[in-house]
Design a protein around this ligand. Structure first.
Ligand SMILES: *Cc1c(COP(=O)(O)O)cnc(C)c1O
Length: 388
């Protein structure tokens, strides 16, 4: 068994998925309406403690709709982290707006202090709008991403919302099951503190529907508007009248059926991922050249992805060497995403004091973290790291 492939993060479909999908097939309710869609929305709303949830075809679509409902329009700017999967940055562009890139903090999340500094020093406030002094554009929103499941520092951003009227759109696509544990946000779930929270159920996420997403909000009118926009903005069902440009961003009942079954197992997935993180962490405790990024002291992570920091005092080449050693051992690992302010479509956009992100860019490797990983497989990964 020692030469079998160990994937990074694969779905674990061990619950009622078959039974619920069969129900869809048996009844013919396979498409974009059906009781599982409603049930899935309710389930995510209840689990996160959000009053309203609207299912979408994927997490990127949820982000796009959240930006539209935040009033982001062509010519506006939106503050985003440079260190994230590119989806939220692209969603800004779908609105005709441009990103403003901010650095990360020690948990690889958006550096809230730098966001505050940027707004206070590089922008002016005219009583209604926050204006980027260099570009003259209105800053409309901020998208903190809860990277790898670690909740981002939000309080300073929520204060900016009060002060400048910025909308806060939480990219919680990686953090279903992550909560704050101390301070004024204690007990709150990621995605429920800003104006909108967006989740993803892509195949590698902590739960999956094959592909899917969800937008959560505490305002009924926002939820209704999101449902409207994601279902082609039909104002009259019978006569096909449409009042605005809508989108076909619906989740199918089949996908939602899988989602309902996955939600039933979510707590177990988180417990397993947390326990496996501990196994890796204990095994690495004697090594000085690698460490795992721990959860922030103020939060409970869902431990979606494990971030190994290779050779903290060394160079990128060591991380890449480990990557290829893993590859030879049939172990899938992955470097962190390339920084977005350096990506081709965004090379000319504002990048504000990016200092910490390049450090992580050179050192981070994600380790296999599937809920179904066995102790024997964890042992193999650990052995490769120890030998390295
Ligand atoms: C997965 C992910 C998304 C988007 O998810 P899709 O469902 O694939 O569209 C957005 N942002 C981040 C940070 C992600 O990791």
């Amino acid at each position: 068994m020692t030469d079998t492939f160990i994937p990074l993060s694969i779905p674990h479909l061990a619950g009622n998925e078959w039974a619920y999908v069969k129900k869809c097939l048996d009844t013919g309710w396979v498409s974009s309406v059906g009781s599982f869609v409603t049930e899935f929305e309710k389930s995510v709303a209840t689990f996160t403690g959000s009053p309203f949830a609207v299912a979408t075809v994927n997490g990127t679509a949820a982000l796009h709709i959240a930006l539209i409902l935040s009033g982001v329009k062509a010519g506006d700017e939106v503050i985003v982290p440079t260190l994230t999967f590119i989806a939220p940055v692209n969603a800004v562009t779908y609105c005709g707006a441009r990103p403003v890139f901010i650095d990360c903090d020690e948990f690889m999340n958006l550096d809230a202090a730098k966001v505050v500094r940027f707004c206070e020093e590089e922008c002016s406030f005219d009583g209604n709008n926050l204006i980027n002094k260099k570009t003259g554009a209105k800053i409309k929103a901020v998208i903190p991403v809860h990277v790898f499941g670690n909740p981002a520092v939000l309080e300073p951003l929520l204060a900016l919302r009060e002060k400048f009227g910025l909308k806060i759109i939480e990219d919680a696509t990686e953090s279903l099951g992550s909560t704050y544990s101390t301070g004024p946000l204690a007990g709150k779930h990621t995605g429920t503190l800003g104006d909108f929270g967006c989740f993803s159920f892509n195949g590698n996420k902590i739960i999956t529907t094959g592909g899917g997403g969800m937008l959560v909000t505490d305002k009924k009118e926002n939820a209704q508007a999101a449902k409207h926009l994601t279902t082609q903005a039909k104002s009259d069902d019978l006569y096909f009248e449409h009042d605005v440009v809508g989108y076909n961003y619906r989740l199918t009942n089949v996908a939602a059926a899988i989602g309902v079954a996955q939600m039933e197992q979510l707590k177990g997935f988180i417990a397993t991922r947390r326990a496996n993180f501990k196994k890796y962490d204990e095994a690495l405790s004697g090594l000085s050249q690698m460490r795992l990024l721990k959860e922030p002291s103020y939060a409970h992570s869902n431990y979606w992805y494990y971030a190994l920091i290779v050779d903290p005092d060394g160079q990128k080449s060591r991380r890449d060497e480990l990557l290829s050693v893993f590859k030879k051992a049939q172990i899938e690992s992955r470097p962190v995403w390339h920084l977005n302010h350096l990506q081709k479509p965004y090379i000319n956009d504002t990048a504000y004091h990016i200092e910490k992100a390049p450090w992580f860019l050179e050192r981070v490797l994600n380790l296999p973290c599937s809920a179904s990983i066995t102790d024997e497989q964890i042992g193999r990964v650990v052995e490769v790291m120890k030998n390295f």
